[in-house]
Design a protein around this ligand. Structure first.
Ligand SMILES: Nc1ncnc2c1ncn2[C@@H]1O[C@H](COP(=O)(O)OP(=O)(O)OP(=O)(O)O)[C@@H](O)[C@H]1O
Ligand SMILES: [Mg+2]
Length: 279
């Protein structure tokens, strides 16, 4: 199937004002560098993904943006201000989504309001609306152990959205889901984003997911993480799963694969030839 790209439909969020800015950003854990000179600007309202192999520093970048880790060099700012201490204007879904097992679904979603001492009915209404939007309205009074993995993940997304903050930080939110559930959740997230238009920093190691969802994708090198390439995904929205059969999608995928896999494989082979260990 070939998709006609209508320029009106394509999101050009990256042309609007900067929301997250990293300049020469680096961090080391002891003597081990994890990120080595990240320069990146993410625009307000953009769906921006970081894609890279395990251990390349994706979660570390997200935690630096959230102010939960502190850089050893360079700068990071959000909304034009340097991040010092925890940045509180973001909803976060962590790589392990950490629902509180002793709280119901609704009480898990309401937790950020309690932490922020927000007592405004508007947000409670929003919690119910988000649960309905994600198909969880009948499960508000269930406990996490009574839910499937996908449902738990949706609760975590509702919790990140409940305070209606301008930034959503998502660390591999669908990593633990089976392929079919994952595809459903990707489209659900796209719907939410099209509806709410928050700035999203999305971490993934899934090439297809990154292309399907993003305005732009940054590809990171293995540790210490650097930006190898930055791709603008010019595909019309809303995107369906069928878009992955289009020639444009296949070309994006090919370009990303060539960045991710060319170097490590060839260097591994070279190393094995030098040592004579081919198997
Ligand atoms: N708190 C920490 N203390 C020491 N080393 C750390 C810490 N956090 C991360 N690292 C190291 O930094 C590197 C990057 O870790 P990070 O969790 O950011 O990788 P990642 O790209 O998110 O990987 P994955 O895809 O497996 O989640 C890894 O080598 C990791 O061991
Ligand atoms: Mg990670």
């Amino acid at each position: 199937m070939t998709i006609e790209i209508s320029t009106e439909q394509v999101t050009h969020a990256h042309k609007s004002k900067p929301f997250i800015e990293a300049e020469g950003l680096r961090i080391a854990f002891g003597a081990t560098p994890a990120l080595d000179g990240i320069d990146l600007t993410i625009a307000e309202g953009e769906f921006f993904s970081i894609l890279g192999p395990s251990g390349c520093g994706k979660s570390t970048f997200l935690l630096l943006t959230a102010g939960l880790l502190h850089p050893t060099g360079g700068k990071i700012s959000v909304e034009g201000k340097p991040v010092r201490g925890a940045y509180t204007n973001a909803g976060i879904t962590f790589q392990n989504h950490n629902l509180l097992e002793w709280r119901t679904v609704l009480d898990n979603v309401l937790l950020p309001l309690e932490i922020r001492h927000i007592k405004n009915d508007r947000f409670v209404t929003r919690a119910h609306e988000l649960l309905a939007m994600t198909g969880l309205d009948e499960f508000e009074n269930h406990y996490p152990h009574q839910l499937s993995g996908g449902m738990r993940q949706r609760v975590a997304i509702c919790r990140a959205l409940v305070c209606d903050l301008p930034l959503l930080l998502m660390d591999e939110p669908f990593g633990a889901l089976d392929a079919l559930t994952r595809e459903e959740h990707q489209l659900l997230l796209q719907d939410i984003w099209l509806h709410e238009r928050k700035t999203v920093l999305f971490i993934t190691h899934d090439i297809r997911e990154a292309i399907l969802l993003s305005d732009r994708v940054a590809i990171m090198s293995p540790r210490p993480g650097r930006i190898l390439d930055l791709l603008t995904i010019d595909l019309p929205r809303p995107r369906s799963q069928d878009v992955s059969e289009s020639p444009e999608f296949i070309e994006y995928s090919r370009r990303i694969r060539s960045q991710l896999f060319a170097k490590p494989l060839s260097s591994k082979m070279a190393a094995s030839k030098m040592t004579g260990k081919t198997k």
